[in-house]
Design a binder for this molecule. Structure first.
Ligand SMILES: [Zn+2]
Length: 215
C-alpha cells in the first residue's frame, strides 16, 4: 500500500518500504490546510492549452517517421476535443521502407521518395478511430500540400491548425490555400515558440518522473 489516508489537516504517511516515486506522489496528493500551504489549494495555471496539447501530440507522432529529411505528424480532433486520428509520414503498409528510396533528388523521379511516401495527413485521416472526421480539426506541423488539402476537404475536416509554412511560395502550397479557401476550410497558425517551450517542459517532467532529473 502506497499511502495511508488520515483525517483532513493531518499529514499522510508512506509505508517504510515505499519507493521514492510513491513517496513523491503521496506527499503531492496529501490534503493540506490553507494555512499550511495556501498556494497548493488552487489549480495549476501553467497547464497545456488544447492547441498546444494536440500540436505536441502531432510532434511526438512525427518522431515515428523513418524519413531522414522530414518528420511530420498530424492529430485529428473532433468537436468534443477527442482525438480521432493520428498519423505521420511513411511508406505505405506492406511496402518496405528499407527498399524504397528516401532521397529528395535523383535523375529519375522514381528514385526519390515522392512517388511513394504517404503524408501525415493521409495517414491520420485513414487511421481514424471514428466513423468519420467530419467537422474535425487537424493539427499538423507543416502547412498541408495540395494533395493533402484535397484529402482534408473530401473527408469533411473543417479546420487546419499548423505551426510552419516554410514552403509558402511553392506551387503545391499556393494550390493548397486556393482549394482550402474555396472549400471554406479554415487554417490557422499556432505560435511555435510557446508550443516548443511546452514540449520541452513535458520532456523535463518525464525526466523527473523517471528519475533522470538532476534537480
Ligand atoms: Zn501532403
Amino acid at each position: 500500500m502506497a499511502c495511508i489516508e488520515v483525517e483532513a489537516g493531518k499529514r499522510k504517511t508512506c509505508d517504510e518500504d515505499d519507493n521514492d516515486i510513491e513517496k513523491k506522489l503521496c506527499s503531492t496528493n496529501r490534503k493540506v490546510s490553507s494555512t499550511e500551504a495556501p498556494h497548493l489549494t488552487t489549480k495549476r495555471s501553467d497547464y497545456l492549452e488544447w492547441p498546444e496539447y494536440f500540436m505536441a501530440i502531432a510532434f511526438l507522432s512525427a518522431q515515428r517517421s523513418k524519413d531522414p529529411f522530414s518528420q511530420v505528424g498530424a492529430c485529428i480532433v473532433n468537436g468534443e476535443k477527442k482525438i480521432v486520428g493520428i498519423g505521420y509520414n511513411g511508406m505505405p503498409i506492406g511496402c518496405s521502407d528499407d527498399e524504397l528510396p528516401w532521397q529528395r533528388t535523383a535523375e529519375n523521379r522514381l528514385d526519390t521518395k515522392y512517388p511513394y511516401v504517404c503524408h501525415a495527413e493521409l495517414n491520420a485521416i485513414l487511421n481514424k478511430n471514428a466513423a468519420d472526421v467530419k467537422n474535425c480539426t487537424i493539427y499538423v506541423a507543416l502547412f498541408p500540400c495540395n494533395e493533402c488539402a484535397k484529402l482534408v476537404i473530401q473527408s469533411g475536416i473543417r479546420q487546419v491548425v499548423y505551426m510552419s509554412d516554410k514552403y509558402h511560395d511553392k506551387p503545391e502550397m499556393i494550390a493548397s490555400r486556393r482549394l482550402l479557401q474555396m472549400a471554406g476550410v479554415k487554417f490557422d497558425i499556432v505560435a511555435p515558440v510557446h508550443t516548443k517551450d511546452r514540449i520541452g517542459a513535458a520532456i523535463s517532467l518525464m525526466d523527473f518522473t523517471l528519475g533522470r532529473s538532476d534537480t
